[in-house]
Design a binder for this molecule. Sequence first.
Ligand SMILES: [Zn+2]
Length: 368
Amino acid sequence: MKLYDPIKKTEYTADIPTPHGSGEGLLGVPLFLDMHTHVRYPQFEGYDTLGEACLKGGFGICTIQPNTKPRLERASTIEIHKRASQGYPVKFIFTASLFGEDTSMGVAYSTDGLEYTAEQLWYALNTHTPRLLMDHSQIYEIEGMFYPGAPYPSYRPLRGESIAVFRTVMLGIEAGWSRFHIQHITSPHTVENIQHLKKYASVTSEITPHHLLLSAEDISTPNMKINPPLAPEKDRKTLIDMTKKGLIDVLATDHAPHPPKPENYEKAPYGSSHIEIAFSAFYTALGDIHTVVDMLTVKPAKILGVDIPPMPENMVVIDPKATFTVDSKEFVSLGKNTAFEGMTLGGKVVGVKIGGTWRYWEGQFLEV
Ligand SMILES: [Zn+2]
């Protein structure tokens, strides 16, 4: 089997015994790290089915966002989630809400899924010990449901995000913060603004599979109701070019499982479930396997300061030539609400090994 090492940026051949077959034509890469995962513990999707979905998708480490119920805003709540997430092969790490206790329990603070005003942001930045801040940048002061293509009376401007990154980073610098990670960016203006802000602080960014593969013009089901919303097609194309040029640091899933959404867009919750097919969506959008693997392994690991488990004891095996049609009925995630339903994707995770043991191979979860 060929292996790709994203640290040395080299491919080499190694004799890797697999549960089935020779491994010819397959590529082994390190386990993926997702910087942006949503769990619905204890109401809906817990760590058991989320863990299987992550495993099937090749993710060995997932970073849980704080908009759980109750929110991850106290050390005691994070501790409950940490305990609930133990005992699965996938490792879960946690962010803490920037609007809760000042705690070092998480790997970072996050504002994802939480609405805030400039005033609340300023207060929070000044009452928390500075560390990495993961920010869902948006101008919530402007009213509206902001969903292009959907029948809303008003919408928040899509480009509010590009203003909001300035607000977060500039206020953060003034309050003594120096590391910012801008979540799920959707506008080329945001990418340009981040390049400017990199002069003053460590500012990184991520993009999701739905913002790379789908645009506002595609919206045809409430499962495509996402926050932040899908961008116009011309922005999506520019974002693909910017990702290929290395102007965006990380690929992150924003996996957001929900029970079946109501047909009414206004009542439907935001988000798409897709962590088990995320690699394929990224590969289909970007077309270069090394770029995708780098942005799912070494790049997020460096930002979060965590280690990617070493190969070959830990690895994801990819069939770059496989194609398949997304069918949410095949998902192990309880969230069947995928924005990618019916799409044909190229490249597939066929096997996952963790701690020297194969845990998944071609649709089967393997007992230890
Ligand atoms: Zn999110």
